[in-house]
Design a protein around this ligand. Structure first.
Ligand code: GTP
Ligand code: SPV
Ligand code: MN
Length: 608
């Protein structure tokens, strides 16, 4: 397929204009075929950018090491370039769109010299479904093309749906490393220095311009840029929700199923919860999505969710057959690994894979690495944000409904984060608006999923959307309240919960075993949706009674009491922090309902 063959009225000229600016050697259209995928992979291997993995251990799979500076999202270089600053809000970086476009046009000029310009027509959501959104990404990275082919639906079928005048979100991407005549990357991961990286969104014109990074969330523009930042703006305007949420299906021993969505910040357990293998007999969990949910009301008044993605871009470290068997199988073939370690027989290895490093490894920097378990200071062999890219269809727990364009009806929404103290294992909101309050105050320890932030320190990450909301977050809170108001039948609204799998003991051990044992909490959530859960009212919300959740192995009754207690002093400190540091940021944009919930919480805690 050639650019000359494109029948869409504006698409061809748009591509040619960008090619004129960026001056690539050639233009290639991603047609979505297996043959083209294989050809690109072969070229990448020949160029020394990645290595093929052992076909007996991991068929059809390859491993990349990125540049050490290009391992995660760059929040400090991510912009919401709305026409005015207030529309971007206090939590987003802002540059005037005219100024930003001028700067970036300068960077794009000649930036694809010596490279190929790939055209990726992609669909977020099943191709042709009424809820799906089409994007076209122009990129000079073959890594981006093959990852997008796993993460989204790419190719000729998308162009067919686009027809001659269909709408698409235009997405520019370049690694930002033009090649001088005859120069080659020599197998090195191409990217630009941090101060030249820009991950930019123009919400009014629904455009995405990305420059200088090849890493997932910065470069696979269908994911965080389109399906969250731009989609959240569309959702706000059109009355639906675009969220950083997993979607799972849970079935009781009686054969009754419910769908649950959950928002946890980056690297805080969405993939793991979406794929969990329950430890409680008779219960079953299946996977609909592990990172993004789009939710709209159906004609029956229920909120329905779809997963707009087609693959998983999952955190590798900590993933093992014990912790996440379904992810391990998903990534057992036809997968791409980024910043994992390599074994001598060409398989990947990472910290927490469930077995010791077999012999000498090549770490993610490309250096020899031998495990030294006595040395607590040893640098990890895999980067903490090393990732696997795997087709969702390969997941053993994938739910039969996962591609249903109608979506799945959501009964419960979970919010959560990484909190060593204060926040209990689970509590439930009194109603929708109180749930919005809980979502708005979520705090979590910073993880390695974003660069330039201090790992381990707590920050507020409302709805796990702090890095992904494409407009003023105060207005986003109001939008959630409005969606609740728009319900035709309030009793059909999802129940809202706040969970925390990450409590620690004084000596730094996990108080709760997590992973498959989280099914015990899901069971209580399931019962709470049916009104059969054993619950008590507390100052912070509705909580399980002491005997409502069966104890997992290794958890004593005393541990459970701690997991389910209300830490009054800790919560008063939360209130204080929200009141002085968090809510004031939003000024007039903060819905009054939320400050009123904060006042009520404080009064209840003081009376307790
Ligand atoms: P993104 O893809 O960045 O949005 O992350 P995610 O929310 O999907 O996080 P993921 O499930 O990949 O988990 C990130 C890390 O948290 C991994 O190292 C997991 O092993 C660890 N983790 C997940 N669930 C649990 C849990 O229940 N308890 C504990 N202790 N760790 C967990
Ligand atoms: C996250 O950081 O939340 C991710 C990975 O899911 S990325 O695609 O890089 O955003
Ligand atoms: Mn994510």
């Amino acid at each position: 397929m050639n650019v000359a063959d494109l029948t869409h009225s504006g698409l061809k000229q748009w591509i040619l204009d960008f090619a004129e600016l960026t001056t690539p050697e050639e233009i290639v259209i991603a047609d979505g075929s297996a043959a083209q995928y294989d050809e690109l992979v072969a070229q990448q291997i020949a160029g020394g950018y990645c290595v093929p993995l052992n076909p007996e251990k991991r068929p059809g799979s390859i491993a990349y090491n990125s540049d050490p500076s290009d391992v995660a999202r760059v929040e400090n270089r991510t912009y919401i370039a709305a026409q005015n600053k207030e529309a971007a809000g206090p939590t987003n970086n802002w540059i005037d769109p005219v100024v930003l476009k001028e700067t970036m046009t300068g960077l794009y000029r000649g930036c694809m010299k010596g490279r190929t310009l790939y055209v990726i027509p992609f669909s977020m959501g099943p191709v042709g479904s009424p809820i799906a959104k089409i994007g076209v990404e122009l990129t000079d990275s073959a890594y981006v093309v093959i990852n997008m082919m796993i993460m989204t639906r790419v190719g000729a079928k998308v162009l067919e749906v686009l027809g001659t005048d269909g709408e698409y979100v235009p997405c520019y991407h370049s690694v930002g490393k033009p090649l001088a005549g005859g120069e080659s990357d020599n197998g090195q991961w191409p990217c630009a220095p941090i101060e030249q990286k820009y991950i930019s969104h123009f919400p009014e014109t629904r455009e995405i311009w990305s420059y200088g990074s090849g890493y997932g969330g910065n470069a696979l523009l269908g994911k965080k840029c389109l399906a969250l930042r731009i989609a959240s703006v569309l959702a706000h305007d059109e009355g639906w929700l675009a969220e950083h949420m997993l979607i799972l299906k849970i079935t009781s021993p009686e054969g009754k199923s419910k769908f649950v969505a959950g928002a946890f910040p980056s690297a805080c357990g969405k993939t793991n919860l979406a794929m969990l293998v329950p430890t409680i007999p008779g219960w079953k969990v299946e996977t609909v999505g592990d990172d993004i949910a789009w939710m709209k009301y159906g004609s029956d008044g229920q909120l329905y969710a779809i997963n707009p993605e087609a693959g998983f871009f999952g955190v590798a470290p900590g993933t093992s057959n014990d912790s996440n068997y379904n992810a391990m199988v998903s990534a057992s073939k036809n997968s791409i690994f980024t910043n994992c370690a390599l074994t001598e027989d060409n398989d990947v290895w990472w910290e927490g894979i469930g077995y010791d490093a077999p012999g000498k490894l090549i770490d993610w920097h490309g250096n020899e690495w031998v495990q030294d378990k006595g040395n607590k200071e040893q640098k990890p062999a895999a980067h903490p944000n090393a990732r696997f890219t795997a087709p969702a269809a390969q997941c053993p727990s994938i739910a039969s409904e996962w591609e249903d364009p109608k979506g799945v009806p959501i009964s419960a929404i979970l919010f959560g984060g990484r909190r060593a103290h204060t926040v209990p294992l689970v509590h439930q909101s009194y109603d929708w608006n109180h749930g919005v309050f809980l979502g708005s105050i979520v705090g979590s320890e910073i993880t390695a999923a974003a660069l330039d932030l201090k790992v381990g320190t707590i920050r507020r990450d409302p709805f796990a959307m702090l890095p992904f909301c494409g407009y003023n977050m105060g207005d986003y809170f109001q939008h959630w309240i409005n969606v609740g108001k728009a319900a035709t039948d309030e009793s059909k609204l999802p129940k809202i919960f706040y969970v925390n799998w990450f409590r620690k003991t004084e000596d730094g051990k996990w108080l709760w075993p997590g992973f498959g044992e989280n099914s015990r909490v899901l069971k209580w959530v399931f019962e709470a949706c049916d009104g059969t859960a054993k619950s008590v009212d507390t100052p912070i919300g509705i909580m399980p009674t002491a005997d409502a959740i069966d104890l997992p192995e290794g958890v004593s009754e005393e541990d459970m009491r701690e997991l389910l207690s209300v830490d009054v002093d800790g919560w008063l400190r939360e209130v204080e922090d929200v009141r002085t540091n968090h809510y004031p940021k939003f000024g007039d944009h903060l819905p009054k309902e939320l400050s009123s919930f904060l006042d009520q919480l404080e009064a209840k805690l003081k009376a307790a």
